[in-house]
Design a protein around this ligand. Structure first.
Ligand code: AHR
Length: 514
């Protein structure tokens, strides 16, 4: 039953709706998996070069890592980073990026028509990751390469020593094995744009054979099979089913990718992206479980949402439109307030499905559709989308609670009716509950009533909203869009009531009374 008895109600020019939700520590979904706060560094545009790595920059350390970007990465709360692609990996030779820099070859990156000088490679990435305090997630080239090259890379990276490749790593100055746990078996191989694109049957077999061999070499690895490149692919669902029929017992995760865009000015559908992401997660979980049932398996395949974000893809002319260049400015989207609210809602979706999604990576980290922007030789700053990520990564702790708001709905052209209020909450060890909530309704504010367990009181209330939804941050004005303290939250017995502005993201921490 919708709660909006008084919806809509005129207040000035805006329509005010009402909604309510209950926070109950008894309704647990599952633990907050730290790997949900992952990011992605691809050799694409300026993500690596002049993004995280810029020798000669005034703030670069002795290894050429930009310390300003390292600090922002830590502040963002990123726990894991996928590397080195993306489409880039499907024609990449990892050997080109190790050993003495002056001996590394320059190559053509066919994915993004870029010249790659290989001055940054595996060992640089792993040194950077250690400095940032994040777990690496490596992608293997199963586009133009196969089982043998995947085995060679894992031997180089993870085997302690005494073999040709592990000793080569040691000769390259890395004595201890990198011990990389998480490996992607290729990238988006269902896509015809991918170097080495395959049918589901071809890829399923290759993924299974690669997984079998890698497990023999290093039984401790966790493996991610490629799912569909997006939910609009003609083979969406069928691809996952066929791949898992070949590789079910050999892999741990199946990947999902989704980018959202206010294409054709359809902002209502764009604001409902979180609901679409949830539909996608549940569809692929059901597909995996269907295969598991047919195979009489008791294993559950988890989901790795290893590329997600807002990307104005409809404004991108495609790879074929690119001129050959060295780390060009590629898809450097500038994000506004609406984009930040959508990113907040996508994070809410990932948490709502924490029982199934074990890994998630926002794509990408720096410059390329990224929360962190840099200028070569110049400053680094936070885009609007930085803020919901950083606050969610910092405060979503403990267990995820099931939260189902009773609220109005918004009609969307792409996804039909979507709930106006999108929410999740986490329960920390000290009994504190943090609520993350989005009002995706453009028509007006929403008066939200939150039923709380006994003894909790509001401790922090932050809000990302703006009268100008197109406001952005820039090098000149890096603080234009930022979360501000929310106002007007009042307690009425055990209920908290507050007003959520139209198109807003809100976080409230409720802490036990002293
Ligand atoms: O993140 C940009 C690109 O989007 C990645 O290279 C690819 O995997 C996806 O299509």
């Amino acid at each position: 039953m919708p709660y909006h008895e008084s919806f809509p109600q005129r207040r000035g020019r805006l329509l005010t709706s009402t909604a309510r939700l209950t926070l109950d520590p008894a309704f647990l979904i599952g633990p907050v998996e730290p790997r949900l706060f992952g990011s992605f560094v691809e050799h694409m545009g300026r993500c690596v070069y002049t993004g995280i790595f810029e020798p000669g920059h005034p703030l670069a350390d002795a290894d050429g890592f930009r310390t300003d970007v390292l600090e922002l990465t830590r502040e963002l709360g990123v726990t894991l980073v996928r590397y080195p692609g993306g489409n880039f990996v499907s024609n990449y030779r990892w050997e080109d990026g190790v050993g003495p820099v002056e001996e590394r070859p320059a190559r053509l990156d066919l994915a993004w028509r870029s010249l790659e000088d290989n001055s940054f490679g595996l060992n640089e990435f792993l040194a950077w990751a250690a400095r940032a305090g994040i777990e690496p997630m490596m992608a293997l080239n199963l586009g133009t390469r196969g089982v043998a090259e995947a085995l060679e890379l894992v031997e180089y990276a993870n085997y302690p020593g005494g073999t040709r490749l592990s000793d080569l790593r040691r000769a390259h100055g890395v004595d201890k094995p990198h011990d990389i746990r998480l490996w992607c078996l290729g990238n988006e191989l269902d896509g015809p744009w991918q170097m080495g694109h395959k049918t589901a049957r071809e890829y399923g077999r290759l993924a299974a054979e690669t997984a079998r061999a890698l497990r023999r070499l290093d039984p401790g690895v966790s493996l991610v099979a490629c799912g569909s490149s997006n939910s609009g692919m003609p083979t969406f669902g069928q691809w996952e089913a066929e791949v898992l029929e070949s590789a079910y017992d050999l892999v741990d995760y199946i990947s999902l990718h989704a980018y959202y865009d206010p294409a054709d000015g359809d902002v209502d559908s764009f604001l409902a992206s979180g609901a679409d992401m949830e539909h996608m997660i549940r569809s692929i979980a059901a597909t995996a479980d269907h295969v598991g049932a047919k195979l009489r398996s008791r294993r559950k395949i988890k989901l790795s949402f290893d590329e997600w974000n807002v990307w104005y893809q409809s404004r991108f002319g495609g790879e074929a439109s690119l001129e050959w260049a060295e780390h060009p400015r590629l898809i450097e989207n500038v994000y506004d307030v609406t984009d930040a609210v959508v990113v907040g809602s996508l994070l809410i979706t990932l948490l709502r499905n924490a029982d199934r999604v074990g890994v998630a990576c926002q794509a990408q980290l720096a410059n390329v559709i990224a929360p962190i922007m840099t200028e070569p030789g110049g400053p680094a700053w936070r885009q609007s989308i930085f803020h919901p990520f950083a606050l969610t990564a910092r405060h979503a702790r403990g267990q995820v609670l099931r939260v189902e708001p009773e609220c109005a709905s918004v009609s969307t052209d792409k996804y039909g009716e979507a709930p106006a209020i999108w929410a999740t909450a986490t329960l920390g060890d000290a009994g504190e509950i943090t609520l993350f909530v989005v009002n995706r309704d453009r028509r007006g504010p929403c008066e939200l009533r939150v039923a709380l367990p006994q003894g909790l009181l509001p401790a922090e209330h932050l809000e990302l909203a703006d009268d100008d939804l197109s406001a952005v941050n820039s090098a000149a004005d890096p603080g234009r869009v930022a979360p501000r303290p929310g106002t007007g939250l009042r307690m009425d017995g055990r209920d908290a009531t507050l007003t959520l502005p139209p198109v807003s993201w809100t976080m409230i921490r409720f802490a036990p009374q002293e």
